[in-house]
Design a protein around this ligand. Structure first.
Ligand SMILES: NC(=O)c1ccc[n+]([C@@H]2O[C@H](COP(=O)([O-])OP(=O)(O)OC[C@H]3O[C@@H](n4cnc5c(N)ncnc54)[C@H](OP(=O)(O)O)[C@@H]3O)[C@@H](O)[C@H]2O)c1
Length: 416
């Protein structure tokens, strides 16, 4: 406990010079080697690392590679430092590069220090990470240096397009052994998003996606068998057999429509819902039909062939609609829900952070549980394209162009 105070102390000193803080901390860590259960000192002599940063908001030109970014440090006892093996990009990285949610994210980063504009720079983007634990805060029990992990990093924290990233232990999970780092990096952020939309907001889960319906089967009258209805006064009268109640369980799948099923969120959402027994209808463009079918989609509507609202009208109504597209869809899609049944329309395309900036709200939907929804389900990673660490700007271009078919991943450790 004493050690905890000593190691964390430099961060809370008045001293503003981060370099001195880092040296202090590294020196303390080094001198206390052997006394600390959870500190790995593998990176202890270094204070800088390579990373892709932005120093202002804008287009792809603001991305800058630097070899001299300060190594992240543990500020709180529940934090861990991860050596990044692979990172993945999401549409939010493009938005954040352009300044999405500036005020709200600044408040989340440092709610006391409102005056300093641009304090977040140099800002590291990248919300997904798969890698290896290098160092653990003293309150971390579930992880140790060397553990292979994956995590979704909240948008107000420094991201994963760097050699190392620091996150809270509760944002991290052990990486499934069956997945390589590149595959693993493609899952956390979209899985959390899909989970938050389908489970937390949509109310579906593994137990209710296929609704159990009890059927009572009755057998026809039988004159030769005894009855539990008692004896008839007429011995010649056919004796009635009581209806035998056999409780048959029939599974009636709930019906879910995913608008835009071929991107990062859609490809995970299809798999989650199919694993839970739901009936899944997906809209996507023609060339993505085989991908979404392979992932389990039952009905596929090509939105490029004919207006999707027209095609979907002829299908039975839905219990849940997950909208990854937004805009016009919000006008016509709610009419496809089953009426009077508690059916829900959940949209992921929300100007939440922009509104929050304008209106002053503080929290975002992404703050919802950090548990990775996919840990109970066999999820297939859908990696569309892998870029090297040197190619990060190209990776941003790819995501910005749209038409994703799964995820864009960047390999990091391999290329340093
Ligand atoms: N990634 C996250 O974790 C996350 C978190 C919060 C919110 N969101 C938001 O949720 C939305 C989806 O995210 P994502 O990561 O899945 O995006 P994405 O990877 O870019 O995928 C979007 C997919 O939608 C398809 N599409 C575009 N227009 C369509 C239409 N009219 N009908 C059907 N499909 C269409 C695109 O392919 P084609 O253009 O070739 O059809 C692409 O496959 C985005 O608006 C994002 O900002 C995402």
């Amino acid at each position: 406990m004493v050690l905890c105070v000593v190691v964390l102390h430099p961060q809370h000193l008045v001293c503003k010079d981060r370099l001195i803080m880092l040296i202090c901390r590294r020196w303390l860590a080094f001198s206390l080697k052997g006394q600390c259960r959870s500190l790995s000192l593998s990176a202890s002599r270094r204070i800088i690392m390579p990373a892709w940063v932005i120093d202002k908001y804008g287009d792809n030109n603001v991305l800058r590679f630097s070899k001299n970014v300060f190594l992240p440090i543990i500020h709180f006892p529940n934090e861990v430092i991860i050596k990044v093996h692979a990172a993945a990009l999401n549409p939010i990285d493009i938005s954040m590069r352009g300044g999405y949610g500036i005020t709200t994210l600044a408040l989340k980063r440092d709610f006391l220090d409102l005056s300093e504009k641009g304090k977040e720079f140099p800002l590291i983007l990248g919300r997904d990470v798969s890698g290896e634990i290098m160092e653990c805060g003293l309150a971390v029990n579930l992880f140790k240096p060397g553990d292979q992990v994956w995590a979704a990093i909240p948008p107000w924290k420094q991201g994963s397009l760097a050699e190392f990233v620091v996150v809270s232990a509760n944002e991290v999970a052990h990486k499934p052994r069956s997945l390589e780092h590149v595959e693993a990096a493609s899952i956390p952020y979209v899985a959390e998003t899909a989970w938050s939309a389908i489970v937390n907001t949509g109310g579906l889960n593994k137990d209710n996606s296929a609704k159990k319906r009890q059927l009572t089967a009755t057998t026809p009258m039988d004159s030769h068998e005894s009855t539990s209805l008692g004896t008839s006064s007429n011995p010649c009268a056919p004796r009635l057999r009581a209806p035998i109640e056999t409780n048959l369980l029939s599974l009636e799948a709930l019906s879910v429509l995913i608008l835009g099923g071929s991107g990062g969120v859609g490809t995970i959402a299809i798999q989650m819902l199919k694993a839970w027994g739901a009936h899944v209808t997906v809209t996507c463009s023609y060339d993505a039909k085989s991908l979404v079918r392979d992932l389990g989609a039952d009905d596929v509507v090509d939105y490029t062939a004919e207006p999707p609202e027209k095609q979907l009208q002829s299908l039975p109504k839905f219990d849940l609609i997950l909208d990854n597209i937004g805009g016009e869809t919000e006008k016509w899609a709610p009419s496809l829900l089953k009426p009077w049944s508690g059916a829900k329309f959940v949209t992921l395309v929300t100007p939440f952070l922009n509104n929050a900036d304008r209106l002053g709200a503080v929290d975002g939907m992404l703050q919802s549980g950090a548990t990775l929804g996919c840990k109970m389900i066999k999820i297939r990673a859908v990696v569309e394209k892998v870029f090297t660490f040197a190619e990060v700007p190209k990776a941003f271009e790819k995501v910005e162009q749209g038409h994703a078919r799964g995820k864009t991943v960047v390999t990091v450790a391999k290329h340093l």
